[in-house]
Design a protein around this ligand. Sequence first.
Ligand code: FAD
Length: 316
Amino acid sequence: MLALGSVTNLFDLPGLSEHALPMKSLPDAVRLRAQIIQHLEEAHTECSLNDRQALLTFVVAGGGFAGVETVAALNDFVREALRFYPNLREEMLRVVLVHPGAVILPELGESLGRYTQSVLAGRGVEILLNTRVTGVTTNLVSVTSSNSIPASTLVWTAGTVPNPLVSCLPCVKERGRVLVNEFLRVPNWPSVWVIGDCAFVPDIRKPGHSHPPTAQHAIREGQVVAHNIAAALRGRMPRPFSFKTIGLLASIGRRTGVARIFGFNFSGFFAWWLWRTIYLSKLPGLDKKLRVAFDWTLESAVPQRRFCCSAGWPPQ
Ligand SMILES: Cc1cc2nc3c(=O)[nH]c(=O)nc-3n(C[C@H](O)[C@H](O)[C@H](O)COP(=O)(O)OP(=O)(O)OC[C@H]3O[C@@H](n4cnc5c(N)ncnc54)[C@H](O)[C@@H]3O)c2cc1C
């Protein structure tokens, strides 16, 4: 059974593999956090006056879920950290979201996308719509709609592709993913099963469509494929995979969220609370759920210094 997932797609754009930070895994998030703190510390010193603008500009490419959640958290993080850097002022910061479409979060529909844009803009995020990043150097991000942006941080959330191993497999692909039947089995390769982001799983309720590559689907495909492999070994009937997306949620910073659940739109604190509660319920094990719930409750009563990274920090 193959469940190789996907990897970040940099579209071979100049400079991206050297300078852009992906946002795909926990180590990516840790690396971004460390880079932000490093750039704030460098910008704080007097000798970096020439580089200060680039050090204090943070560009996120891609206005989908990953990009919007990243830019919202990044924006809150840097603005909150500024009070520890007396040489830096809020006007020196630039946080920019670059999105190729007319409205961000297209999966949630236009009204939630526009709501999110106005919330982020109100918190100081610049949103460049109908714009693409075309390349990056150490301290410059090139975009299609305006002059290059002096920035030393580019976070890339603007695309994923199935794991490159998939392209070597001698089976039929659809949009780079392995085509499986409704039982998650590869036609003509009956002993091979594929699930998750690297599988093109037909939606039996909507002929011609496939299931989207999300964790919601991958987890349920895992349960069905386990049943079907056991059924194949025991000579029983396999079960077809069918699942309708329950909802889509995003946190957009400072206890604000947007959500579409069973076709109904939610925004603001309630959507953020839903987002937190649903993801809390997904954590494996009661002990982890309790630990995280306790930590969150404590954090809302006594906010901690989220950006402290080392002994002796923040600077006195
Ligand atoms: C920033 C971000 C936020 C997301 N948020 C959501 C969300 O809120 N809700 C949602 O439903 N989905 C979300 N997704 C999508 C979700 O993460 C994926 O759809 C899901 O993880 C796919 O599961 P998977 O098992 O196919 O792949 P993955 O979870 O990527 O797992 C693939 C695994 O295969 C391993 N692997 C790779 N190559 C090899 C190899 N050669 N040999 C052995 N192992 C290998 C990898 O290390 C990895 O552990 C998000 C994705 C991103 C990037």
